[in-house]
Design a protein around this ligand. Structure first.
Ligand code: MN
Length: 202
């Protein structure tokens, strides 16, 4: 039997990312937005199950689209919380395997940081900037996800995501998305990102 999707607890307190991300944003983002994606993913799965048994007539295309949106929202947010560390404990430069891979793939950490920031700042509308590892090309690549599931790249390991939906920053930063992106570097959790790369064979 299939498992239900479950909202994970935040790995730190709601106020842990202050002053870079406010307590209010973290409460709403985790308890309302992420929770809604978990509910949405479970509800889509239930509809698909009922459709199989004939208990429910569904627009399969619409339900599959709904499932993709909600399940990717759930998985990306679960990773996003781990990609950040409490203020004072995060930030700085990466170590471990990931720094070598960044240097190899982007030329230098500074070039990577600029390109990832540019990717995040130039997302059109709601979306994410992601850092991924492509085992086939044996390199790190960037993508800008629209919403949370469009422009998805298949067969890649996602290491890092930055949510640039307005709900992620607007209450605190208003229209200054750039400052939110710049401040993200103060709370980035390099050991989490390095451990994700360590789980794939590089
Ligand atoms: Mn979000």
């Amino acid at each position: 039997m299939a498992n239900k999707y479950v909202l994970p607890a935040l790995p730190y307190n709601y106020d842990a990312l202050e002053p870079y991300i406010s307590t209010e944003i973290m409460q709403l983002h985790h308890d309302k937005h992420h929770a809604a994606y978990v509910t949405g993913a479970n509800s889509a799965l239930e509809k698909l199950e009922k459709a199989r048994s004939g208990a429910l007539q569904v627009d399969l295309r619409a339900v599959l689209r709904d499932y993709s949106f909600n399940v990717d929202g759930h998985k990306l947010h679960s990773m996003f919380w781990m990609n950040m560390a409490p203020a004072g404990k995060g930030g700085g430069a990466p170590g471990g395997k990931v720094v070598d891979k960044i240097n190899e793939s982007f030329g230098s950490f500074d070039i990577f940081k600029k390109q990832f920031s540019d990717a995040a700042k130039t997302v059109e509308g709601s979306g994410w900037a992601l850092l991924l590892y492509d085992p086939e090309a044996n390199q790190l690549v960037l993508t800008q996800i629209e919403k949370q599931n469009l422009m998805h790249l298949a067969g890649m390991q996602i290491l890092l995501g930055l949510d640039v939906w307005e709900h992620a920053y607007y209450l605190q930063y208003k229209t200054d998305k750039g400052k939110y992106v710049d401040n993200f570097w103060n709370i980035i959790n390099w050991s989490d990102i390095d451990s994700r790369l360590g789980k794939v064979i590089v």
